[in-house]
Design a protein around this ligand. Sequence first.
Ligand SMILES: [Zn+2]
Length: 322
Amino acid sequence: MVIQGCRRLLGPFLASKRAVRGAPRLSPSHWVPSRHCNITGCSYKLRNVDLHPLWKGQLDIPGGTRQSPIDIRVRDSIFHPDLAPVKTHYDPNTCLHIWNNGYAFLVEFDDCTDKSVVSGGPLENPYRLKQFHFHWGVNNDWGSEHTVDSKVFPAELHLVHWNCTKYRTFEEAIMEENGLAVIGIFLKVGRHHEKLQKLVDILPSVRYKDSLTEFNYFDPSCLLPSCSDYWTYAGSLTTPPLTESVSWIIMKKPIEVDHSQLAVFRSLLYSAVGEDEKYMVDNFRPLQPLMNRTVHSSFQPSLLLSDAKKKSEKHTHRQQSG
Ligand SMILES: [Zn+2]
């Protein structure tokens, strides 16, 4: 029963493949939580703001204080010298399939064992990889969920992991403290991404909502940037149920993909076969307030040019007045 409740709660974004093949077809109206999460301070309130147009009607979302995504202000982030590099170990054999859930496309993994995990960084123990997906815009001017000093990227990749030491299932972890760890990676337009192309090539087969196709032997570590610097903060899922169970790890350096690869993302549809065609674009949540949170960085922030100029001006002024 709990599992059923969770499936309904998670909606198309997080539901399992059984939900796709099962009888009830999921729609945004099913994105209403059926039970409250257990996170302290995560009291549900009825709000109807800052929702994606696809999230029709009122939605129970946490009236909490650690919602995502956020704008990362580089100068306000605090360097944390104890933050180790994040270690991923993904077994390409655990890659199962890809499906269009009516909001994004998800590549899902077998998470019955510890074969594909992330550890290190701010995480106390390994977290198992469940799925990855992207958010993107209608054009290259926007699309990412997080921003850096208000800079928006054309797309953002999310690798979603759950705490398999503390919790028994992914569905349970979603509703609990320290349940999830999501690695966020920005995409910018540049060189062709050779490894991403295997995924891009399969996308036309999941053009319509609810379509699912086998997708095997893919190691998503090929989508990580070569630089290991990251920011980390406590946040939430950016899709219903929006629970505040996520340790976010946002990689500093974007990866490059070419325009034609993003164009294939934009050729997917929100709509199912037979429905009016609605292109799958702008599937991101608006920015949420930082509130009383600190963003930590694993790296010493480099002095921004504007800061350096101010400092040198101050120095000159002091010399003149002294
Ligand atoms: Zn996401």
